[in-house]
Design a protein around this ligand. Structure first.
Ligand SMILES: [Zn+2]
Length: 78
């Protein structure tokens, strides 16, 4: 009898996804730290207000395979 069961432990290394990112506000040009939610998926898009000038950003978050978040904030125009 053969035991074809594979040990798949390799590749399950735990990655730590970024939970914070710094973006530059498109309105006031301040660098603002924002909190991310890795559980919401590897690609996210939402609206968040600038903590400095209160203008709304369109925030785009993209996680890569290593859990690094690429975050952009752009002006939310009409
Ligand atoms: Zn701002």
């Amino acid at each position: 009898m053969r035991d074809d069961e594979h040990d798949e432990d390799a590749g399950e290394a735990e990655i730590t996804a970024d939970t914070e990112a710094t973006v530059r506000c498109p309105y006031c040009s301040e660098e603002v730290e924002i909190t991310l939610d890795p559980d919401s998926g590897e690609a996210q898009e939402y609206v968040e207000d600038c903590a400095v000038c209160c203008q709304p950003w369109q925030v785009t978050v993209h996680y890569d395979l290593e859990g690094r978040a690429e975050v952009t904030a752009t002006a939310l125009d009409g």
